[in-house]
Design a protein around this ligand. Structure first.
Ligand code: ZN
Length: 389
């Protein structure tokens, strides 16, 4: 930590603990399930209000079916615009149904906060907000800093991905404030995932009277499932799982239809390509004469390949160490929007939010004592990127 600005930013953040907790409580106490546009827009209103009070420009793009997209910006002084901006990102939506706040809103026990989305990732939104507010208080950086707030990550970022790609294009670094791990570590690699619906059509026939006239969609699907599961390769981190099957009309009818829901995970984009073409081939094969199958991708996240976080993580780690805390990087099988930016070839670090755990459950918690140091680490990483040019 050398220059005055770094020290000033850290000092300002150190005084914000109570203010951060107050913002967290406000955001957690607004239901914002991914399908709840009004709730996600209400979270947006709160964020816009806080940023406007600091004179920070926010661009709001209204969306018909999802929560509006927010992008806050601090312009740079232009001296190093060519190297690209820094993007911080986070999602406002949670997995919890509307009405959850009424039953169990924000609560706190000592340094631990509870409530729907408290870690995943309203804590991260608050952290990003305060980093931006801290930077705003000092002279402009050589490049712009942008903060994106999307609203549908928990359902695969169908609406948000285009905005993430746009906001990340040309960036020198992306910091995604998903919750820090229980260990305190940030996330330096994530699997990608893709979900599919497989629908098989066969031909119905009476199982006793005219068995030979039928074409069993269930048999065709069963043969495909065995082949799909055989694509799992733990050594390289590729998994496939058919988690739901449906089909048939009655025991004594050759099944005219059947369907399956397939989940896949992979570590690299090369694996993803290979896996997708293997799945397409398996689905296309006419396993039972007279049947045909279709494949529909329902959702997907690209992988965050560890190579994309290496240099940025080293920079972040050095700043955390300078602040006096040890931090490591962790690989996780869970997917996030970080895969989208990493797959664009942009250095990306994930899990920069406050430490949290038990995400997507009633026991979800966020450690309030990690807000200030982790906000400082993110801010210093951005300032260090400014020094590096
Ligand atoms: Zn999340």
């Amino acid at each position: 930590m050398s220059d005055e600005r770094m020290q000033g930013v850290c000092r300002w953040l150190a005084d914000q603990q109570a203010a951060m907790v107050a913002c967290l409580e406000t955001l957690v106490n607004i239901d914002s399930n991914s399908h709840d546009k009004a709730g996600n827009d209400a979270v947006a209103d709160a964020i816009v209000g806080w940023l406007a009070a600091d004179g920070i420009e926010v661009r709001r793009t209204s969306r018909p079916d999802s929560g509006d997209i927010l992008e806050a910006r601090l312009e740079g002084d232009g001296s190093d615009a060519a190297g690209g901006h820094v993007l911080m990102m986070g999602h406002r939506d949670t997995v919890f149904p509307t009405g959850t706040v009424g039953k169990r809103g924000y609560s706190q026990q000592g340094d631990t906060a509870f409530g729907p989305g408290v870690a995943d990732m309203k804590g991260g939104l608050v952290l990003n907000l305060f980093v931006l507010r801290a930077l705003k208080r000092f002279e402009p950086l050589p490049f712009p800093v942008r903060v994106l707030f999307t609203a549908d990550e928990e359902i695969g970022s169908r609406d948000g991905t285009a905005f993430i790609r746009e906001a990340a294009t040309g960036a020198r670094a992306v910091l995604n404030a998903e919750p820090g791990r229980v260990s305190g570590n940030v996330v330096t690699g994530r699997k990608g995932g893709a979900a599919f619906l497989i629908e098989v059509e066969g031909r119905a026939a009476h199982a006793g009277v005219s068995h030979a006239d039928g074409a069993s969609a269930i048999e065709a699907l069963a043969r495909k499932i065995v082949k799909l599961h055989a694509l799992t390769d733990y050594e390289v981190g590729v998994t496939t799982n058919v988690g739901v099957i449906e089909g048939g009309v009655s025991r004594n009818t050759i099944a005219p239809s059947a369907s399956a829901q397939l989940d896949t995970r992979f570590v690299t984009n090369v694996q993803r390509e290979a896996l997708l073409s293997a799945i397409e081939a398996i689905v296309a094969e006419e396993e039972v004469p007279g049947t045909r199958a279709t494949l529909t991708q329902v959702s997907g996240f690209l992988p965050m390949e560890p190579a994309m976080s290496e240099a940025l993580f080293a920079r972040y780690q050095a700043q955390a160490n300078a602040l006096g805390f040890e931090i490591g990087g962790e690989f996780t099988g869970g997917c996030s929007d970080a895969g989208t930016t990493a797959s664009l070839g942009i250095p990306t670090l994930c899990g920069t939010g406050p430490v949290g755990a038990k995400m997507h459950t009633e026991a979800e918690y966020c450690r309030l004592d990690t807000f200030v140091p982790r906000a400082q680490a993110v801010a210093l990483t951005i300032l260090d990127l400014a020094d590096a040019h």
